[in-house]
Design a protein around this ligand. Structure first.
Ligand code: NAD
Ligand code: G6P
Ligand code: MN
Length: 442
């Protein structure tokens, strides 16, 4: 079996240790010869890297390990780049969430004005990674899950149309794991799903077992009562109380269209007033994550470094991230795995913009993804998606042309924003907060 060289871009991410442990747990399926971390924040990455070095020394000393902030060193001799950068880190996420809330508007990482602001920061960062990859390892593939994936995907479609980048999200994976639990199945892989939408904006239309039995009725019965709340299990990423609220809220989101099962993120578009009413403008999800996951991961990594041992470490394998290995294997071994990816529509949804980046099932092989045909979608979803995809396209247009006007239009068009006046107030605050991260708008 060929052994692969992986680069994790955004090496200082809170998700890096869980993903490294997951990769080591999957070496029989996906063998590695080299594992590298790359970040622009040396100090942050050094803590994560110091722990990863100990983990690798214990579990797989044969794998060459390196952490660097030098692009040439990082991107040379790489087969896959796993990209999970957060341009501006949690400090900027906090502002993305708090600025809209000041005006009574949803404050969220990837939805509404917060997601738009994050998009304006991410585009340049991800393009830079692509350019490094193409310069130093032109045959490599980038598996990108840096957010906001919808905007990043549209930007790369426009600006790097021939690049080998695959955009993927873990929310459908996490929800499908819950569905499997509801159905009493061992794994989501026992289900075959039909799904369509935009990233963080989609619906399941059909879910069957391998014999072809329809599993939707049983799932609908559960979701109508409990949303995606399950008693046992779920992944270990979406565990905080606020995530439980979101899984429960899927019950009300489902009520709007009982023909389908919804992505949890639709709550921000259907119930923005309730979301705002339940938000604390002084303590948002960014604060929860900084006080929770970030503190936990960095404390555990420091302990490992100090002890030069993982004994007693509470760091755990991020099992649900194994979808990334499935994707890499699909490319590496031509497995033709069926996966949800964010790809250009090109007629897959026949009554929708062919240039939209949509999230739909694809068959993935060595030559990339082959999207499945969806056909026509109903008026309700089509209307919602046309509005949202226009927001995403306008953001990318604003970034390319450095246009204040386009960005004001994008924020105004977001279903989470009540008026052009409020959109302008939020935009002006966001511009101030994002100095140095956004192109200068005129
Ligand atoms: P984090 O802040 O802990 O880590 C991000 C790292 O990226 C930081 O160490 C930062 O220094 C680094 N970084 C920032 N700009 C960079 C650049 N230009 N080049 C290289 N490195 C850069 O964030 P996190 O919470 O661990 O999340 C990481 C990313 O993964 C985010 O984009 C998040 O939204 C995304 N994510 C996506 C999914 C999905 O479903 N697609 C799931 C989970 C997380
Ligand atoms: C889900 C989404 C990701 C998002 C994450 C936020 O996994 O699919 O795109 O980044 O949730 O989680 P957090 O714990 O950082 O709020
Ligand atoms: Mn996602």
């Amino acid at each position: 079996m060929k052994k692969f060289s992986i680069l994790i871009a955004g090496g200082g991410s809170t998700f890096t240790p869980g993903i490294v442990l997951m990769l080591l747990d999957n070496l029989d399926k996906f063998p590695l010869r080299k594992l590298k971390l790359y970040d622009i924040d040396k100090e942050r990455q050094d803590t994560i890297a110091g722990a990863c070095e100990v983990i690798l020394r214990e579990k797989a000393p044969e794998i060459e390990f390196l952490a660097t902030t030098d692009p040439e060193e990082a991107f040379t001799d790489v087969d896959f780049v796993m990209a999970h950068i957060r341009v501006g880190k949690y400090a900027m996420r906090e502002l993305d969430e708090k600025i809209p809330l000041k005006y009574g508007v949803v404050g969220q990482e990837t939805c509404g004005p917060g997601g738009i602001a994050y998009g304006m920061r991410s585009i340049g960062g991800v393009l830079e990674l692509i350019d490094y990859m193409e310069k130093y390892s032109p045959d490599a593939w980038m598996l990108n899950y840096s957010n906001p994936a919808a905007i990043v995907a549209e930007a790369t479609r426009r600006l790097r149309p021939h690049s080998k980048i695959l955009n993927i999200c873990d929310m459908p994976v996490a929800i499908e794991e819950r569905m499997a639990r509801i159905l009493g199945l061992k794994s989501r892989k026992e289900m075959t799903v039909r799904y369509y939408g935009l990233n963080h904006f989609g619906w399941w239309t059909d879910i069957r077992d391998k014999e072809g039995n329809d599993l939707m009725p049983k799932l609908k019965e559960h979701v109508a009562k409990y949303g995606y709340v399950v008693n046992d299990g779920g992944d270990n990423q979406h565990v905080d109380a606020s995530w439980q609220d979101t899984f429960l809220k899927a019950r009300d989101v489902y009520a709007l269209d009982p023909d389908t099962l919804p992505n949890t993120y639709l709550k921000y578009y259907f119930f923005p007033d309730e979301v705002v009413a339940h938000s604390n403008p002084d303590y948002t999800r960014a604060n929860e994550v900084m006080d929770g996951r970030e503190k936990f991961v960095f404390t555990e990594c420091k302990k490992i470094i100090e002890n030069q041992s993982t004994e007693g470490s509470a760091l755990h394998i991020d099992e649900h991230a194994s979808y990334i290995v499935d994707l890499a294997r699909a490319i590496a071994y031509n497995t033709h795995e069926r996966m949800l990816l964010i790809v250009e529509n090109k007629g897959a949804i026949s009554n929708f913009d062919p240039t939209a980046m949509v999230e739909i099932p694809c068959i993935v092989g060595s030559n990339g993804p082959e999207p499945l045909s969806i056909g026509e979608i109903p008026q309700f979803q089509k209307g919602l998606m046309e509005q949202q995809v226009s927001v995403e396209k306008l953001v990318v247009e604003a970034w390319i042309t450095k246009s204040y006007q386009k960005l004001w239009q994008a924020i105004t068009l977001s279903k989470t924003v009540p008026s052009a006046k409020v959109a302008k107030q939020i935009l002006d605050d966001l511009i101030e907060a994002n100095k140095g991260y956004w192109p200068e708008l005129h």
